[in-house]
Design a protein around this ligand. Structure first.
Ligand code: PAF
Length: 288
C-alpha cells in the first residue's frame, strides 16, 4: 500500500521542499492540474516519474481562467479521489493551495500573452489565457521544477505556456504529452463528467471530425474542403460548432507548405463545451 502523499498548501513551503530536493541533486518534474484527475493526467505523472527523480502535482481550480457564466462553480472538485489516483504513481508532493495563497488579497498583477493566445479559445473565452498564463507562472514560481508536463489536448494552451516561458526566460523545460483517449476516441477531459449518457455517445463526433480532417489533409484537400468534411459528423451529432479547421501547428495561421499543421475542433453539447485537436504532418503544398 503506498503511503499518503504530503499535501502542501503554501508557495513558501512548496518552494522550500522542491528547493531542498534540487539542492540534493534531484531532478524534479511538475504536473500542474485543476484536479478531477483521469488517465490523461496519470499519463503526465508517469512520464514525469520516468524522466525525473521526484514528481510534484498541483491541484488548483484557477478562478482567473474562467469567464463570467463559465463552469468555475460547478467544476468537479474531487481531492480525495485525486489523491487516491495519484498514490500508486510515486508522486512526492501534492501542492493544493487555497485561492488566497495564489492570489493574495488586493492582488493586481496579470500576465497577458499575445501571439498564440489570439483567436480560437482566446477569442471565444476572453481573458482565459491571461488567467492560464498568470496561474502557470505563479505555480512555476511555487514549484521551481526542472520540467513541467502539459497535455496536448489543450493545444493552444501549450503554445501560450511555451511562449510565456520563453519570453520571461523562466528556467524550466516544457514537455507536451500525447492526448489520452477513451476506447471510442473521445479525448479524456475532466469536463466529460458533465455529459449525459446521450451526450457522451454523441461526443465521439469530435474525434470523428479530426479523423476526417486527417484523411482529407493526407489526400491533399484544401482548408475549405477539410472544414466541410469536419463539420459533417459534428452537425450530424448535434454539436454546436465553435470552430472546426486546420491551421499551422505553431502560429495558428493558415497552413503553409512544409510546416506541421493541426486540426482544431471545439463545440458544445448541451451545456458542456469540449475541445480536441490532431497534429498533422507537413505537406508539400500547404493548404492546397
Ligand atoms: O490545463 C489545465 O488543467 C489548466 O489550464 C492549468 C494548466 C492547470 C492551469 O490552471
Amino acid at each position: 500500500m503506498p503511503g499518503a502523499i504530503p499535501l502542501i498548501d503554501t508557495p513558501a513551503a512548496m518552494r522550500q521542499a522542491v528547493g531542498a530536493a534540487r539542492a540534493a541533486g534531484r531532478r524534479i518534474g511538475f504536473v500542474p492540474t485543476m484536479g478531477a484527475l483521469h488517465a490523461g493526467h496519470v499519463s503526465l505523472v508517469e512520464r514525469a516519474a520516468r524522466e525525473c527523480d521526484d514528481v510534484a502535482v498541483s491541484i488548483f481550480v484557477n478562478p482567473t481562467q474562467f469567464g463570467p457564466g463559465e463552469d468555475f462553480a460547478r467544476y468537479p472538485r474531487t481531492l480525495a479521489a485525486d489523491l487516491a489516483l495519484l498514490a500508486p504513481h510515486g508522486v512526492r508532493w501534492v501542492y493544493a493551495p487555497e485561492a488566497a495563497a495564489v492570489y493574495p488579497p488586493a492582488d493586481a498583477t496579470r500576465i497577458v500573452v499575445e501571439g498564440p493566445a489570439r483567436g480560437f479559445e482566446g477569442a471565444i473565452r476572453p481573458g482565459h489565457f491571461s488567467g492560464v498564463a498568470t496561474v502557470v507562472c505563479r505555480l512555476l514560481l511555487a514549484v521551481p521544477a526542472d520540467v513541467a508536463y502539459f497535455g496536448a489536448k489543450d493545444w493552444q494552451q501549450t503554445l501560450v505556456v511555451r511562449r510565456m516561458v520563453r519570453d520571461l526566460g523562466l528556467p524550466i523545460s516544457i514537455v507536451v504529452c500525447p492526448t489520452v483517449r477513451e476506447a471510442d476516441g473521445l479525448a479524456m477531459s475532466s469536463r466529460n463528467a458533465y455529459l449525459s449518457a446521450a451526450e457522451r455517445a454523441r461526443a465521439t463526433a469530435l474525434n470523428a471530425a479530426l479523423e476526417r480532417a486527417a484523411a482529407a489533409w493526407e489526400a491533399g484537400a484544401d482548408v475549405a474542403a477539410i472544414e466541410a468534411a469536419m463539420r459533417e459528423p459534428l452537425l450530424a451529432a448535434g454539436v454546436a460548432i465553435d470552430y472546426a479547421t486546420v491551421v499551422d501547428a505553431e502560429s495558428l495561421a493558415s497552413p503553409t507548405a512544409g510546416r506541421s499543421a493541426v486540426a482544431l475542433v471545439a463545440g458544445r453539447l448541451g451545456t458542456t463545451r469540449l475541445i480536441d485537436n490532431r497534429a498533422l504532418p507537413p505537406r508539400s503544398d500547404g493548404d492546397g
